[in-house]
Ligand binder design. Structure first.
Ligand code: ATP
Length: 250
C-alpha cells in the first residue's frame, strides 16, 4: 500500500507497512504485530515525540555501550523490520556485536533475519547458526538460549523490545541491560539498568547521533554520565511526561 506523505499519520502508517512487509517475508511473527499495537498506545501518550527524559536515558545508554568490553545488540523480528539500517550502523559505530534472539524461534526465521541484516550492511550476525549456545538461567522462553560468544559473553546488552523475564534474568547474571520500551510500567522497563522509553524508530537513529557525538569523550567522563543515571527516577519522570501530555487534552 502506498501512503501519501501528506497524510497526518504518515509515520505511524508507514511504520505499520514496514511491519506488514516483515510479516509477509517471515521476519515478523503475528504476535509481533500485536506487541507493536501495545507500543503504539503508549507512544500516543507521549505525543509521539521523544521526551527529554528519554534523551537522558539515551545518553546514559551510549556511555555504557562505549565503555563496555563486549557490548551486544540483541535483535528480534520487529527490530529488524523497523530499523534494519540504523541498527547495523549503530553496531558498527560502537562497535557492538549483533545477535538474533527470538521469542518465537526457529532456525529458518533466525537465518532469515540474519540475511536481512546482512543485506542491510551487517558483516557478522550471531545467533543464527550452530555455534556454541548457553542457557540463561531462569528464562522459560526460547530466548534463554544465547550465543556463548555473543550475549553469553557480553557485559552490556542492548535489548530493544524485550520480554520482562529475560531482562530480569540477564540482570541476575550480572550484565548491564539497556532496554527500549514504550511502556514505562512493563517488567522489562522496571528490570533494566537503563530504559529508553520511546519508539524504536526514533531511538535507534538518536543512539547513532549520540554515539557520534560522545565517541571522543574520555572513559572517566563516560563513567560519570552512566553512574549519575537513576532508572527508577527516570521512569517516574517519563510517567509524569505522559500525565502532563494527557492533562493538555482535558
Ligand atoms: P514485559 O514482559 O516486559 O512486561 P509485555 O509482556 O508487556 O512486556 P511484550 O508483548 O513482550 O510486552 O512486548 C511488547 C513491548 O514492546 C511492550 O511493552 C511495548 O510497549 C513495546 N513496544 C512495541 N513496539 C515498540 C516500539 N516500536 N518501540 C518501543 N517499544 C515498543
Amino acid at each position: 500500500m502506498r501512503i501519501s506523505h501528506n497524510h497526518p499519520r504518515f509515520i505511524s502508517l508507514e511504520t505499520r507497512e514496514r511491519l506488514v512487509r516483515g510479516f509477509q517475508s517471515g521476519v515478523v511473527v503475528s504476535q509481533g504485530l500485536i506487541a507493536h499495537g501495545r507500543g503504539e498506545a503508549f507512544d500516543y501518550l507521549l505525543g509521539e515525540v521523544t521526551p527529554e527524559s528519554s534523551r537522558v536515558a539515551t545518553k546514559a545508554a551510549v556511555a555504557l555501550l562505549l565503555s563496555a568490553k563486549n557490548p551486544i545488540i540483541s535483535v528480534n523480528g520487529n527490530t529488524a523490520a523497523l530499523v534494519p539500517r540504523d541498527i547495523v550502523r549503530l553496531s558498527r559505530l560502537i562497535p557492538a556485536g549483533l545477535e538474533v534472539n527470538l521469542f518465537h524461534r526457529s532456525l529458518a526465521r533466525e537465518q532469515r533475519i540474519a540475511s536481512f541484516l546482512k543485506r542491510n550492511g551487517a558483516s557478522q550476525v550471531l545467533g543464527a547458526n550452530s555455534s556454541a549456545r548457553i542457557r540463561i538461567p531462569g528464562v522459560a522462553s526460547p530466548r534463554r538460549s544465547v550465543d556463548a560468544k555473543g550475549i553469553g559473553d557480553a557485559d552490556v546488552v542492548l535489548v530493544p523490545l524485550e520480554d520482562g523475564d529475560r531482562a530480569e534474568a540477564l540482570r541476575k547474571t550480572g550484565k548491564i541491560v539497556i532496554a527500549i520500551d514504550l511502556n514505562p510500567m512493563s517488567r522489562t522497563s522496571q528490570a533494566a539498568t537503563v530504559t529508553i522509553v520511546d519508539n524504536i524508530i526514533r531511538v535507534i537513529p538518536e543512539l547513532v547521533r549520540m554515539t557520534l557525538r560522545m565517541k571522543p569523550l574520555s572513559k572517566s567522563r563516560l563513567n560519570a554520565i552512566a553512574s549519575s543515571f537513576d532508572n527508577e527516577r527516570n521512569l517516574a519522570r517519563v510517567m509524569k511526561d505522559m500525565i502532563r501530555y494527557m492533562q493538555g487534552w482535558t
